[in-house]
Design a protein around this ligand. Structure first.
Ligand code: FES
Length: 121
């Protein structure tokens, strides 16, 4: 089972939760299920308020499929380059910034950082 560790100034300490392997939960839904408040609004990859930074802790560094909305918004925010998109799609390498409402948890342990400010990662 993948571990998802959340780190934020909003939390007293890092919180690690277990996501169900093979589930299609997003990081945002895993956070909500565990009462961790990542800022969000649209839940549809359009507002950018759920911006997070992701670090792979163990297992293969996997990109997790970037949705078209996520690519477009992250590019407009200056949080992903064309090179990073290509590496995510061709080599399955994870970009640094993601949208919590679009990132589906995969079978890897990750650290999710967020500032608590909408879009602040
Ligand atoms: Fe709007 Fe994720 S909640 S982009």
């Amino acid at each position: 089972m993948p571990n998802v560790t959340f780190s934020s100034p909003l939390l007293h300490k890092n919180v690690t939760v277990y996501a169900v392997a093979g589930d299609t939960s997003t990081v945002l839904s895993v956070a909500e299920a565990n009462k961790i408040k990542i800022p969000h609004d649209c839940k549809d990859g359009e507002c950018g308020s759920c911006l997070i930074e992701v670090v792979t802790l163990s297992g293969k560094t996997m990109g997790s499929l970037l949705t078209e909305k996520e690519k477009t918004l992250l590019k407009s925010l200056g949080k992903i380059t064309a090179d990073e998109i290509a590496k995510a799609e061709v080599e399955d390498l994870a970009p640094k910034y993601r949208l919590a409402c679009q990132y589906v948890v995969r079978d890897q342990d990750i650290l999710v950082k967020f500032s608590g400010e909408p879009g602040g990662a």
